[in-house]
Design a protein around this ligand. Structure first.
Ligand code: CU
Length: 267
């Protein structure tokens, strides 16, 4: 048992440079346009007020270890950026990771509409998030099967690319987009890696009654709180006897809001 993490640790110890197993979301692309993300290894004063910055500040590549972390929405400290990524509902945004070395656990993408169309003054602990994309265990068993996260791993130095479609039918306005990788390779010790960016979405016009383009209440979650904190799909030992033949995994956080039904997983 535990062969995978032991081998991984040995391999990483032999790597030159930053020999850490952790990481985060480095850049975004929309079409041919790149949006540089925040870099935790560069001084914050060189980044936070730069007009090119569209991502919220994350101070370390280390994970959050509890679903009850006050930083679960947009990492620590989550300071807002000056600018927004323009995108049209129905278009694809790709998150770029320079390396990702963990293989197990779900990946999800969330949006939160900013009150008064201003994402800089959002209280992140009250922000209402809805899930637009998810991927978990694609085939096989929890320990040995193929997770999306495993197929996202890169060992060759190429960036990992995570394309997601903004739901067609979303109401126009400003949103925070939240990418979360949950890594489950350590028994009963989840690792959360959330990063956020600001979006200016060209979407459908709002009707007088405000219904069109709006996401129903039952999809909305707050973080922390959206995960209960003791879920079996978060606190799990994938190497245990009871899980040796398990081939199903329920991604936490409830259902996806699909907008007008164009499948956001097909990009
Ligand atoms: Cu790590």
């Amino acid at each position: 048992m535990m062969m995978v993490p032991v081998l991984l640790a040995a391999f990483l110890a032999a790597l030159p440079g930053p020999a850490s197993a952790h990481g985060g979301l480095s850049n975004y692309t929309v079409g041919e346009t790149w949006y540089r993300g925040y870099d935790p290894s560069t001084p914050p004063e060189d980044q936070l007020n730069q007009p090119w910055l569209t991502q919220r500040q994350w101070s370390t590549i280390d994970p959050l270890f509890t679903p009850l972390s006050p930083f679960l929405s947009c990492n620590d400290p989550g300071t807002p950026p000056p600018s927004y990524i323009p995108i049209t509902a129905g278009d694809v945004i790709t998150a770029v990771y320079y390396y990702w070395l963990h293989p197990v656990g779900p990946m999800t993408v969330w949006l939160s509409r900013c009150p008064d169309n201003d994402c800089n003054n959002v209280n992140l602990s009250e922000a209402k998030w809805f899930k637009i994309w998810e991927a978990g265990l694609l085939e096989g068993t929890l320990e040995l099967g193929t997770w999306y996260q495993k197929s996202f791993q890169r060992w060759d130095g190429e960036p990992g690319l995570w394309p997601v479609r903004i739901p067609l039918g979303l109401g126009g306005g400003r949103y925070i987009i939240r990418h979360e990788i949950l890594s489950l390779h350590v028994p009963d010790k989840p690792q959360f890696y959330p990063e956020c960016a600001h979006l200016e979405v060209a979407g459908v016009e709002e009707e007088e009654d405000g219904v069109e383009g709006r996401v129903p209440e039952e999809y909305l979650k707050v973080f922390p709180g959206g995960y209960e904190g003791d879920e079996k799909s978060i606190f799990i030992d994938i190497y245990s006897e009871e899980n040796v033949n398990t081939t199903t995994y329920v991604i936490p956080g409830g259902p996806i809001w699909e907008g007008l039904g164009l499948d956001s997983t097909e990009v």
